[in-house]
Ligand binder design. Structure first.
Ligand code: P6P
Length: 282
């Protein structure tokens, strides 16, 4: 898998350059989820696709920006599912965005996920990698032309940050009263609308809860299982936290029916996830 990690590092540098120098306009196209694509979305997707073509262990790729599965090497071992530039609409207000990669072997579901990588493009470019073998995720930072290893990532049992996603007027009463209870307890609101920096902040600031529930307008949630939710579920579990859906099931037990399926999702320190399960009665 090291060849995949090295390829992602090169893509991260190229995407960071594109963010800082390319046109931010719309691409006059939509992705498989019906979302308008920015030129940066398409550019980032192409950067990754082109670089992955020279990584022989990658059998096929699935992208948020592509309709179907694209085979790269018939003798490859891994399927790589990725969101090339998550939260890209935040670039034009100069907020942090990210890339997310799930590396799967012999299947496209939670139990087949063997490694996760995410990249945050902010004041600094940082990357975290988790594998099934690693005890903890590892944080890297781009310094000059190289990613330097900075730390292992570990969540505290209970944190103080709350990142509540979704349109609040469409939250269930259970969800609203639970989120209100966290703020009544003194949790700090930390939500930018970018999944990658929002989850990264909770990981690095000791813990808390990121939630994107099912809502009246999006009963199955908004975040995509294969290339957004499951990769972060592995990262959060490896960091000593937990990651569940609205039924209290571990997200890593999910098996999507379609490659663009979404799910309600909750990521956090163990204490907050247990409190959420209690509030949801699951
Ligand atoms: P909302 C960005 O578009 C994204 O896919 C995630 O990065 C983010 O967590 C979520 O959508 C934000 O959605 O409905 O809270 O604005």
């Amino acid at each position: 898998m090291q060849s995949i990690f090295e390829a992602i590092k090169e893509c991260a540098k190229a995407i960071d350059t594109a963010i800082k120098s390319e046109d931010l306009g719309f691409a006059k196209s939509a992705n498989a989820s019906g979302e308008d694509q920015l030129k940066l979305d398409v550019k980032s997707d192409l950067i990754i696709e082109e670089r992955f073509k020279s990584v022989g262990v990658i059998k096929d790729i699935i992208s948020e920006e592509k309709e179907g599965i694209l085979e790269l090497h018939k003798d490859g071992i891994y399927s790589v599912c990725y969101d090339p530039l998550d939260g890209s609409s935040l670039v034009d207000v100069n907020l942090s965005v990210g890339s997310i990669f799930g590396i799967y072997k012999d299947g496209l579901d939670g139990k087949s996920l063997v490694a996760s990588v995410y990249v945050v493009y902010g004041p600094r470019v940082e990357m975290s990698i988790a594998t099934l073998e690693d005890a903890r995720p590892t944080l890297f930072r781009l310094m000059g032309d190289d990613f330097k290893k900075i730390a292992s990532i570990e969540l505290q049992t209970k944190g103080k940050l709350c990142a509540p996603g979704g349109t609040q007027q469409y939250w269930s009463h259970i969800h609203k009263s639970f989120i209100d209870s966290l703020f009544a307890e003194g949790y700090r609101l930390r939500y930018s609308g970018g999944m990658v920096p929002d989850l990264h902040q909770i990981l690095l600031k000791g813990g808390g809860l990121f939630s994107y529930p099912g809502t009246d307008d999006k009963p199955k949630g908004k975040l995509r299982q294969l290339f957004e939710v499951l990769p972060f579920a592995l990262i959060y579990e490896k960091a000593g936290g937990a990651a569940i859906n609205d039924k209290g099931e571990r997200l890593l037990t999910l098996k999507p029916d379609h490659i663009h399926d979404t799910t309600p999702c909750f990521f956090g320190s163990k204490s907050e996830i247990e409190a959420l399960k209690s509030a949801y009665g699951v």
